[in-house]
Design a protein around this ligand. Structure first.
Ligand code: CIR
Length: 263
């Protein structure tokens, strides 16, 4: 493991990230048409994303990059962190399954306890949304029923409940919805199968407006592609930091998928 800061394991707020592969443009597409990806711009945007996390006090931990794995930058899909435990996933796309080995290694070096989703279960981290003591888990193209069942068992050991949510319109649950620090679930209604699944749902005006990374109780990180949603969230008393991730959005990535936060 390479850490950007030798004190990483002692810090309270860590962000695992994984440098983009030079083959990023070959990443998988399911719901979107392929458009040209500017790999140099993607590299610059990734640096901007990482810098935004660093500026907010996160210590960056690099999962070793994997040139041969185009989607490996979307590190969120390989690990789900619950307290001091990292659940090593089993991605639903076979091409992405080799991504978990290095993520597991990094999690072990950080001293996290490890759990695993095993065959025939599949689960992508992008399908897991934590809200209080509930894990909403998307049942869509990548996460199957057995993956949800296994996560339900693991979550119960940590005092968390799992609510399974059908996802048919987008790649992952968190391609449709995420949650504000107060637990309000946000998303663009056209992308959500059933908004009544969530205890409290606030519609956002743009599709990308449903994606936030909660940095602390007052601050969220969002993509620059959803300015009206950012304004709406600011009007609720939150600080909103924006980053341009256009090249990752072309590959069905969103702001959550480029990191795994540990705190
Ligand atoms: C994929 O299809 O797997 C990648 N191109 C995009 C993954 C995005 N992951 C995420 O939103 N959690």
């Amino acid at each position: 493991m390479t850490t950007r800061d030798a004190s990483a394991t002692a810090a309270r707020r860590l962000a695992l990230v994984r440098m983009p592969s030079p083959r990023l443009a070959e990443g998988l597409l399911t719901h979107q048409d392929r458009v040209e990806v500017d790999v140099d711009l993607a590299d610059a945007q990734w640096e901007g994303y990482v810098e935004a996390l660093r500026a907010e006090g996160f210590t960056l931990v690099d999962v070793p990059h994997a040139d041969e794995l185009p989607d490996s930058v979307f590190v969120e899909d390989a690990l789900v962190v619950i307290g001091g435990t990292a659940v090593v996933t089993r991605p639903g796309a076979e091409e992405r399954q080799p991504e978990t080995a290095a993520a597991e290694h990094t999690a072990r070096e950080l001293g996290l306890r490890l759990e695993r989703i095993v065959a025939p279960g599949t689960l992508d981290g992008g399908d897991v949304l934590a809200v209080g003591d509930t894990l909403y888990v998307g049942r869509g193209g990548r996460t199957n029923a057995e993956g949800i069942r296994q996560l339900r068992v693991i979550a119960a050991r940590h005092g968390l409940g799992v609510v399974a949510v059908p996802v048919s319109k987008v790649l992952h649950l968190k391609s449709a919805v995420t949650a504000l620090p107060d637990g309000t679930v946000i998303g663009h209604p056209d992308l959500v199968d059933d908004v009544s699944m969530f205890r409290s749902f606030l519609p956002m005006p743009e599709p990308e407006g449903g994606h936030v990374v909660v940095l602390d109780d007052h601050t969220v990180l969002m993509a620059a592609s959803a300015p009206q949603s950012a304004e709406l969230i600011r009007s609720l008393g939150y600080r909103v930091i924006t980053v341009d991730i256009s090249e990752f959005e072309k590959l069905e990535g969103c702001v959550t998928c480029l990191s795994v936060l540990v705190r």
